[in-house]
Design a protein around this ligand. Structure first.
Ligand code: BTN
Length: 274
């Protein structure tokens, strides 16, 4: 009984901080019952230059995703979080942080849930081809060559039942509980996620991207295949040439030219975007 209560209980900042052991990510944790978007709250702290401050909420009224989409949740069933980082990277390299979020989520799903996640470029985390997590990295600076402040927002479906997923997404989305056939403790998973974010982030902060890049390439679905991408209304088709943390996905177009796609205004076609 106590365990059931714990599973369905609210996230709590003290419990999340207990034996967390991170150096930067989560050194200050705030939990809200409901917010418009955790990314907005994180930006309020970012203006005070509080790197590592991490916001969780039980529900969002205006959760947002990439490319102007909305992110829908069911109260108390997800991990909805945002963290402020200042890695010393120019804002045009935000892709590094998107990858950092995706790899940290994958490691968490492997360690805490024994699941086998993959990353659908650029930033969706999938289990058996279904989306379980989305990542939204934001910057708010005009000069994209200058070192920036970033907010990494993560939405992970934890204890959602199939019927709690938006109907149009049901065939394309999943949650940890759907995959495992049982509910899990969000606090344990959130703590593990903070630890994985912190470990990867400390490397990025010292300029060492090797572990992140290797981890990403292993998890990323894009191997040596042909992809069709849409960017700003234009369609590009080519063979995947490389994945580069800074430059994103590099396609060899049918003309032979190499073109890199950073992900922010790009989608893979003809797959359904979820
Ligand atoms: C996507 O897949 O398009 C990215 C979705 C990101 C959703 C998370 S939930 C926590 C944070 N706050 C938001 O408003 N969005 C991100």
């Amino acid at each position: 009984m106590a365990e059931d209560l714990n599973i369905s209980g609210r996230l709590d900042p003290d419990e999340l901080s207990k034996q967390l052991g991170t150096k930067i990510i989560g050194r200050e944790i705030h939990v809200y019952r409901e917010t418009a978007s955790t990314n907005d709250i994180a930006w309020q702290f970012a203006s005070e230059a509080r790197e590592g401050v991490t916001i969780f909420t039980e529900a969002q009224t205006q959760g947002r995703g990439r490319r102007g989409r909305t992110w829908i949740d069911s109260e108390g069933k997800s991990i909805l979080m945002s963290t402020v980082v200042m890695p010393g990277l120019p804002t045009e390299e935000f892709n590094v942080l998107t990858v950092l979020g995706a790899v940290a989520v994958c490691k968490t799903l492997q360690i805490s849930c024994e699941l086998k996640p993959t990353i659908k470029w650029p930033n969706d985390v999938l289990i058996s081809g279904k989306k379980i997590c989305g990542i939204l990295v934001e910057t708010r600076q005009d000069d994209n060559k200058a070192p920036g402040t970033f907010v990494i927002g993560i939405g992970l479906n934890v204890n959602l039942k199939a019927e709690q997923l938006p109907e149009v997404l049901r065939d394309h989305a999943t949650s940890i509980s759907i995959e495992l056939g049982k509910e899990v403790h969000r606090t344990d998973i959130a703590r593990e996620l903070l630890r994985n974010l912190d470990t990867l982030y400390l490397n990025v902060k010292t300029g060492d991207l090797t572990a992140l890049e290797q981890g990403w390439k292993k998890l990323c679905l894009t191997g040596d295949e042909i992809l069709t991408l849409e960017q700003s209304g234009k369609i590009y088709r080519g063979r995947v040439h490389d994945l580069d943390l800074r430059d994103g996905l590099i396609l060899q177009l049918e003309s032979g030219v190499l073109k890199s796609f950073r992900g922010e205004h790009v989608s893979v076609v003809p797959e359904i975007e979820i």
